[in-house]
Design a protein around this ligand. Sequence first.
Ligand code: F6R
Length: 249
Amino acid sequence: MSPGPRLVVLDEADAVADHAAAHIVGKLAPKPDLVLGLPTGETPRGIYARLAGAYRTGEVSFARASSFNLDEYQGLPPDHPASYHAYMREMLFRYVDIDPARTHLPDGLASDATAEGRRYEKAIAEAGGIGLMVLGIGGNGHIGFNEPGSPFDSRTRAVRLTEATREANRRSFPEGETVPEFAITMGIATILEAREILLVATGPIKAEALAAALTGPETLRCPASVLRRHPAVTIVCDTAAAAGIRLRA
Ligand code: F6R
């Protein structure tokens, strides 16, 4: 039996970003060819800023690292400002020495999403699998874009986003543009194959999902609840995101 996720609760979002970035640097510095799984969204912004800082000060190099992002919207070209390709360039890749050829995201423009899913899985396997998977969590408990109901044995594939997820992500889109209905995401099985997982959550909006993930039943209704099966999960969150856990515990 795995001992379950290790939970680190810190006072505020800045401390969470400090801790998560230090965790990543602590894994990458001794293993420069680490394969990272990476999220986008609001939560990791501060982490990426700190990783860029750690590169600037010579604490860490990404020159031999590889990265695989969790997801991308279907139908968005890589230069669309709300695409996750653009997000990663703007938040991290342009500031560090990572080889662009070793940065990977699902192709949102692939005409055959099933083939694209297979290609992505093969690329992950050929890189030796993901060493450290960094995750956020949706207010509905999603990980990657594996929305509630996603099978635990799912692989990289096209998925329909829930209205709640599209609404939460609307702020990243230019005024008047609609949030795509579909995305390509790593599957839950893909995520669980990572050797280590670091989940980061901040703010009261994550409290219910985090409590359900950690203290509720393991259920498809809360995809993050499956993480309790994994032997090496660290969850770093602020007190606001941890509030529900305390109430239930
Ligand atoms: C993004 C991703 C999502 C986000 C989650 C939280 O690549 O896979 O699971 O991590 O929706 O997003 P934020 O951080 O914007 O609250």
